[in-house]
Design a protein around this ligand. Structure first.
Ligand code: PLP
Length: 446
């Protein structure tokens, strides 16, 4: 059955419930092909993918080498369980490889099919670790406003946006939210050094709840959905020191930041901070097939593996096709030098955005680490008041319609997380597309 563009759009509207799309929306962009940073839709229109899908297409679209690996693996062993004492060769090879890439002592791997499953597993692991060690009162989870941790009940409860909680209550109890590190918004810190303020708040919160009641703190090293919020360099090391003093685990949600996005395998390395658990997904396969992996410290694994072991599993734990593709994807990242590439092309794109947009009235700040970039939009540069956005004319939609460049809106910032293979010409194209729309955008958002 070959359906034409109009029929596909009609059937989509009739049958697919899209995340975050109202039923009244008529437009559909139906993608059919991808190659490198480019996508093509059913109308034959070409797009520049400056968001890397949902922040994950590290090696770019349309790699036949990854497709071949999936094909070969499916012919050999498409699936068997990893429950109990069953395993498979690809899952083992990938686990050993991840243990090598991750900072010590993160030598153990727990597989999932994506980021949300990973966050749920990490929160359960943290509570269970304390339970196994005879500290069952440690149930509280510290999180931050503006955080995004996927859509499971644990992750939605830890999320720092009301959108993920309104209408879904009751949420998971015993979650407490702290102020996010967002140096551009210095008003959040009462005129103090942001890290000093945040560390004092953390200490006070721990004292209020009681350290003996807190299991873990969960945080994205750089907040993605919150608008690519880059913390000061001393934030994570100082958070780690406080948590260590109180026996509280640190979970890094690196669903976006891992596998080259920030120029290192993990943002833990960029911030020189070793958490107890790292949650990863997305870039582990560049999106070719769904997979997630938690990297777990020796001390945590030791507690989880006592007695009957860790009592939760997903059917697709250690899926052989997904882990085979992940291995091939990591090979590409390594062989093509994409960690270094993320830093050089990321700096180039940052410089382009800064020079093309920096002077515009509606641009408050351009910020980035590697290939995570944001342009924060303001109504007034001096007061940094957020730009009121017209839902009918959201800048990212206008940019896509006018130029075919796909960027995303995140909490009053335009965010970019392109494939790490982006060329300099494509980086210039993306920056010009933003400029042509933002230079016409008034401080009232029109
Ligand atoms: N955690 C973070 C930081 C994310 O950005 C995301 C997705 O964007 C998730 C978790 C959820 O991952 P998934 O959509 O694969 O469930």
């Amino acid at each position: 059955m070959t359906l034409d563009a109009a029929e596909l759009a009609r059937l989509d509207r009739a049958h697919i419930i899209h995340p975050y799309l109202p039923g009244s929306a008529t437009e559909r962009i139906v993608m059919t092909e991808g190659a490198g940073c480019r996508l093509t839709d059913t109308e034959g229109r070409s797009y520049l993918d400056a968001t890397g899908g949902l922040w994950l297409a590290q090696v770019g679209h349309g790699r036949t080498d990854l497709a071949d690996v999936a094909h070969e693996q499916m012919k050999k062993l498409e699936y068997f369980t990893s429950f109990w004492d069953f395993s498979n060769d690809r899952a083992i090879e990938l686990a050993a490889r991840l243990a090598e890439l991750a900072p010590d002592p993160l030598n153990h791997v727990y597989y999932t099919s994506g980021g949300s499953e990973g966050v749920e597993a990490a929160i359960k692991m943290a509570r269970y670790y304390h339970h196994r060690r005879g500290e069952g009162s440690r149930t509280w989870i510290l999180a931050r406003s503006k955080a995004y941790h996927g859509v499971g009940y644990g992750g939605s409860s830890a999320a720092g946006f009301p959108l993920y909680q309104e209408g879904f209550a009751p949420m998971v109890p015993h979650v407490s939210h702290l102020t996010p590190p967002w140096p551009y918004r210095s008003e959040l810190y009462d005129g103090q050094d942001p890290t000093d303020f945040l560390i004092r708040e953390l200490e006070e919160r721990i004292a209020e709840i009681g350290p003996e009641n807190i299991a873990a703190m969960v945080g994205e090293p750089i907040m993605g959905v919150g608008g690519m919020l880059v913390p000061p360099a001393d934030y994570w090391p100082r958070v780690r020191e406080v948590l260590d003093r109180h026996g509280i685990l640190l979970i890094f949600d690196e669903v976006v930041t891992a596998y080259g996005r920030v120029g290192e395998w993990f943002a833990a390395q960029y911030f020189e901070t070793t958490p107890d658990i790292i949650v990863t997904a997305k870039g582990i396969t560049s999106g070719y097939v769904p997979l997630g992996a938690l990297l777990v410290g020796d001390h945590v694994a030791e507690a989880l593996l006592r007695e009957q072991g860790f009592p939760m599993g997903y059917t697709y734990n250690g899926h052989p096709v997904a882990t085979a593709v992940a291995l091939a994807n990591l090979d590409v990242i390594e062989k093509e030098g994409l960690l270094a590439r993320a830093t050089t092309i990321g700096s180039f794109l940052h410089a382009e955005l800064q020079s093309q947009l920096g002077e515009l009235d509606v641009v408050g700040e351009v910020r980035s680490v590697g290939m995570m970039l944001a342009v924060e939009l303001v109504a007034d540069k001096a007061t940094r008041e957020p730009l009121p956005l017209d839902p009918e004319r959201m800048p990212h939609d206008v940019i896509r319609r006018e130029s075919g460049v796909i960027v995303r809106d995140s909490a009053h910032s335009l965010v970019l997380s392109p494939p790490l293979i982006m060329t300099e010409a494509e980086a210039k194209e993306a920056a010009s597309a933003l400029r042509s729309v933002l230079e016409r955008t008034e401080p009232n958002g029109r």
